[in-house]
Design a protein around this ligand. Sequence first.
Ligand SMILES: Nc1ncnc2c1ncn2[C@@H]1O[C@H](COP(=O)(O)O)[C@@H](OP(=O)(O)O)[C@H]1O
Ligand SMILES: CCc1ccc(OS(=O)(=O)O)cc1
Length: 315
Amino acid sequence: MAPTYHTDTKSPTKSVSLLKVPCASDTVVFEPLQLPSLENTALLPWNALSVLTDPWPGLWAANFQLELEGTTWIQEIVDMIEQNGDVAKCQRAIIQHRHPFIEWARPPQPSGVEKANTMPSPRTLRTHLPTQLLPPSFWENNCKFLYVARNAKDCMVSYYHFQRMNQVLPDPGTWEEYFETFISGKVGWGSWFDHVKGWWEIKDRYQVLFLFYEDMKRDPKCEIQKVVQFMGKSLDETVLDEIVQETSFEKMKENPMTNRSTVPKFILDQSISPFMRKGTVGDWKNHFTVAQNERFDEIYRQKMEGISINFCMEL
Ligand SMILES: Nc1ncnc2c1ncn2[C@@H]1O[C@H](COP(=O)(O)O)[C@@H](OP(=O)(O)O)[C@H]1O
Ligand SMILES: CCc1ccc(OS(=O)(=O)O)cc1
């Protein structure tokens, strides 16, 4: 498809990723996670979960990770940091097993919560949940969160291809149809706009490291160093360089512990679109028409009015 974009890239966009790491509350007595069964809700359009207003009051978490786009990337970075750059240790299991996905519940597989309950504290967990659906105990226990935001246009494109290949999510339809679906927020984990605003607005009240996918692409070493500091670690320059290398898109695409090659085709059909697809900034220009771009920029302006986030649209 020929690129059909216009050159005004001023308006911001984004996507989301979160991650939680060790914190002082890890010295507190550990109690198991207690989440209700999500079997009947996990596959619904994510907005359906908003009916759970005070979802999981019993939850206690020592270490916590959240994400929406760039999740796998930040997960691998965090694990590499936790393992002090030891590549072999990061090969101990596929990434989905290293960091339980707390809203995952598809029997007969153990749910994300069940997996989390078997882990000693401190734990790193993964979720795409918006702030209002996060169990209150995460806030109450002073957990640390890493949130990776990605510009909305690239996020839309990436999510579209993910939904095409993900056989447990509804078919996204044509690109034109998906464009409308995404704007209306009727996608997994809800509206991009609300998700980003929610995490942006609470970031200074809690221990949230708000990262941008585009910054991670532009200067991975600098962003990884921020994560190291946030986790309260200190690493040699050589280890840092090793982590930058090992968490590059090219390396992670070839790595069976991160590229989802072990996930059965009836869940992720990578012959339709690879999980590690392009990993670039600006692929939206290969998808958006000029008309779509102009319309999106206007919607973005309205929905993000008063929010001081600036997203990079191309490198
Ligand atoms: N090391 C890395 N560097 C850059 N992008 C990465 C990456 N690892 C994963 N990604 C990208 O992150 C997106 C998936 O996000 P998540 O892990 O949250 O599901 C995909 O984007 P694309 O579809 O644009 O390629 C994937 O290629
Ligand atoms: C519930 C939709 C979903 C999300 C993610 C999946 O795979 S993975 O965790 O990214 O490997 C599968 C299904």
